[in-house]
Design a protein around this ligand. Structure first.
Ligand SMILES: C[S@@+](CC[C@H](N)C(=O)[O-])C[C@H]1O[C@@H](n2cnc3c(N)ncnc32)[C@H](O)[C@@H]1O
Length: 265
């Protein structure tokens, strides 16, 4: 599996560097609640989970894949209907700070297991009822998508589901702006090796993808999932400095229901 360079020995932005101090935790929370809409958008998605439904009555097991510093794992672990959370990430730096994040959230000990793993090797030891991909799917390369969803299918219990949260897709107007910007900066971009045919190639450093909604729908359906999309009002990354970085991005969360057995893939 190809891991974006950004996540190998990465130097984390200050707001992710949570240690035992209150100040570092306040910085994280300020980022999640004020500088971005990460926390409110995540809450909006988990509020739709209907934890009190019959299928959750015995408590659920969650896999948070691409969990980062694990603030989402912590929030889920503190929910009374959640029995256990496996938090998977390949970034040692993020997992190191995750330990402090869990403490600040006062997550009961042993309720979250931190796992060094990836989309193709999540290393989760048991079946789970919910797989969460929060802000993670747009870092998954096209060639790794089948492995990711095949792993998810193997992991999910019969009634299990996937929540894709805090994600975005780009609209046709974004594509037009990207094209115009390419024309305007033609010489500079060509020198950097960006060709006209690779306008939507994933970002070389962070591995970010610029998928349109149709492509996401195709990914989900071809991997045997029925997707239910919910679009957020407003902007997930409201601190992004440049207009063109935000224009034409739509923020969504989606619930994926497993509609074909694993062996069809
Ligand atoms: C934008 S961050 C989101 C982190 C976290 N879920 C959150 O909402 O704060 C993307 C995460 O995906 C992880 N990631 C990148 N490539 C991955 C891979 N191949 N397998 C699993 N996780 C990956 C990164 O380490 C990073 O923590």
């Amino acid at each position: 599996m190809k891991l974006p360079e950004r996540f190998i020995n990465e130097s984390l932005a200050r707001h992710w560097q949570v240690d035992e101090t209150e100040e570092s935790f306040e910085r994280l929370m300020y980022h999640l609640e004020h500088k971005t809409n990460f926390k409110p958008y995540f809450e909006e998605s988990i509020n739709k989970l209907c934890f009190d439904s019959d299928k959750f009555k015995d408590g659920i097991i969650v896999a948070d894949v691409g969990a980062g510093v694990c603030w989402t794992s912590a929030m889920l672990a503190n929910h009374p209907s959640v029995k256990h959370v496996y938090a998977v990430d390949p970034s040692e730096q993020r997992l190191k700070h995750a330990e402090s994040v869990l403490k600040h959230f006062k997550v009961p000990e042993d309720k979250v297991t931190l796992i060094n793993g990836t989309f193709d090797k999540p290393n989760i030891p048991e079946k789970v009822d919910l797989v969460l991909l929060c802000g993670a799917l747009h870092h998954c390369y096209d060639e790794d998508i089948p492995a990711l969803f095949s792993n998810i299918k193997n992991l999910l219990t019969e009634e299990g589901m996937v929540l894709v949260a805090n994600e975005h897709y780009v609209t046709p107007s974004w594509l037009v702006i990207r094209f115009l910007s390419f024309i305007k900066n033609f010489r500079r971009l060509k020198e950097r090796g960006l060709s006209f045919t690779a306008l939507r190639a994933p970002d070389q450093f962070g591995g970010e993808h610029w998928r349109i909604r149709k492509e996401l729908e195709h990914i989900f359906s071809s991997c045997g999932f029925k997707a239910n999309f919910f679009i957020h009002e407003g902007d997930l990354c409201k601190d992004k400095p440049r207009f063109y970085q935000r224009f034409g991005w739509k923020y969504y969360h989606a619930f994926l229901e497993n509609i074909t057995p694993c062996d069809i893939l």
